[in-house]
Design a protein around this ligand. Structure first.
Ligand code: ACM
Ligand code: ZN
Length: 491
């Protein structure tokens, strides 16, 4: 009977808390949290409900804020349960990345997602602010970045690609795009700060940078005869003009974003123009490099030193492991989990956002029932099952986990929300809840209830009620569908 009673008062809360008892706590709060890491204490809270009285205990304003989000969710999902919740985070970096370059969603959209993140106890919003498809941040020292590449011909990324990457200007009636002014971004940073969320800006380099070369051709490689390599994807690491631009941009970025971390991208440089560029060749000769790849390491080290001299740390996508990682850099694993594993083995701090589990631009259900997305199936159940601390990996160096939303195929705010919710609920639970307390059978009904709360608040969400058997089963790959069919599954 007593067992049943406890089951019936299981909490409607995502992420699930560390501890809940229907009784009142016996120990004092300081003692209950004494063994926690400092960053856990910062967010720890205890919530006691007795009759209609609610008591919050915390060591910081942040802890109080986390308790309030718990109260808000419990109230939105039903009656306040009697008893005590003791709660604190498992990981310190609980993030979401939004790609604002491929499709620009704007300030109101970001604030709405910050509200959602706060309710889910997420604490890092990573903004991908520039990529070949558009530069999205006002820069006083290089006004051409927004004047020439914040607008493009082509509403969707693929329209733009099909039209051969044409940029446009704001006064063109057919232009698509936009950018954030410094005031917009300061407002977003402040809005996030009030909800104890840090905004980490990403300025991408040296790949994914076609727009920079279009706006400021001095950062482009040249051929032997001086011809500019127009349309190049990579910046020229041989040119001092490249470093002048990057450092100047980063100075302005640091004025807007107080985050201790600045993301510098570092992924998917093609290095195609570097072998034939006299500036790159000269740099290689001076530095004694034997391959062009070392030019990427040179750029990363130089930018890292610059940012470190301003008191900031860099985060780079896992490609930075291939060309020498400066001490103090953080590696973000995206090509599966291997980058995280290697960073851990080599003693670097790392963040796990493997595309296999944490890319929410990937399909969340069968191809035939979903809007066009990217390859793999990352269903709610599959992403929920993700454990970021792989066997043998360093717990001390694991900063956290992050979901990434790339927007090549996601042109509208409604579509972006559809891809995020409820999968972001799963990410939040992986990031916050102790792994031994995670349980999909308990999570699913809570997620379903929370989805209704999100809908009532105006978020567009995926429909959990029509999820296919394949997605429900937790399979990842579509190839597995074939095997599944052989075992009696009907598509
Ligand atoms: C990435 O998805 N290229 C980081
Ligand atoms: Zn060059």
């Amino acid at each position: 009977m007593r067992f049943l009673l406890i089951l019936s008062v299981a909490l409607n809360l995502v992420p699930a808390p560390v501890e809940y008892t229907p009784e009142r706590a016996r120990t004092c709060f300081r003692k209950a949290t004494a063994k926690l890491e400092p960053w856990q204490k910062q967010e720890a809270y205890r919530l006691t409900v007795k009759g209609d009285k609610v008591k919050i205990e915390a060591l910081t304003k942040e802890g109080r804020f986390r308790a309030k989000t718990t109260l808000e969710q419990l109230r939105a999902m039903g009656k306040l349960p009697q008893g005590t919740i003791l709660d604190y985070p498992r990981l310190r970096h609980r993030g979401l990345m939004i790609d604002e370059s491929r499709s620009f969603k704007g300030k109101d959209f970001l604030k709405k997602q910050i509200d959602a993140m706060a309710l889910l106890k997420l604490n890092v919003l990573h903004l991908h602010l520039d990529d070949s498809a558009g530069w999205r941040i006002e820069i006083d020292s290089y006004p051409d970045l927004t004047a020439k590449t914040a607008f493009r011909k082509g509403y969707t990324y693929h329209d733009w690609e099909a039209g051969k990457y044409q940029f446009s200007t704001q006064d063109d009636p057919d232009a698509y795009g936009g950018y954030y002014t410094k005031e917009d971004l300061k407002e977003i940073v402040q809005y996030a700060k009030e909800r104890f969320i840090t905004v980490i800006p990403e300025i991408e380099m040296p790949g994914h940078s076609m727009e920079v070369g279009y706006a400021c051709p001095e950062v482009l490689c040249t051929l032997e005869d001086g011809t500019l390599c127009r349309g190049a994807w990579d910046l020229c690491p041989g040119s001092e003009a490249t470093f002048r631009l990057l450092e100047s941009v980063l100075e302005e970025v640091m004025d807007i974003f107080p985050s201790p971390f600045i993301h510098i991208g570092g992924d998917e440089a093609t290095m195609k123009t570097w072998p034939d560029c006299p500036k790159c060749r000269k740099r290689m000769q001076e530095e004694g490099f034997t391959g062009v790849k070392q030019l990427q390491g040179y750029l990363v080290r130089r930018i890292e030193a610059f940012l470190r001299s301003h008191g900031r740390r860099i985060i780079g996508w896992d490609e930075i492991l291939e060309t020498g990682v400066p001490d103090g850099a953080v590696v973000q694993s995206w090509r599966g989990v291997e980058g995280g594993r290697e960073a851990s083995a080599r003693g670097y701090d790392y963040i796990m956002s493997p595309n296999s589990h944490c890319y929410y631009n990937y399909y969340q259900d069968l191809i035939r029932k979903e809007p066009r997305a990217v390859g793999e199936l990352v269903s709610l159940r599959f992403t929920y099952g993700y454990e970021p601390l792989g066997e043998g990996m360093s717990k001390e160096h694991l900063l956290g986990v992050q979901a990434n939303l790339w927007t090549e195929l996601i042109p509208t705010p409604e579509h972006a929300e559809y891809m995020l919710y409820p999968r972001l609920f799963a990410l939040a639970e992986t990031a916050w809840t102790p792994p031994e307390k995670k349980d999909y059978q308990s999570f699913r009904p809570r997620a379903r209830m929370l989805l209704d709360v999100f809908r009532a608040r105006g978020y567009n969400t995926f429909d959990m009620d029509t999820e296919s058997e394949l997605a429900l089963s937790g399979f990842q790959r579509f190839e597995q569908l074939e095997n599944h069919k052989k075992n009696g599954y009907k598509d």
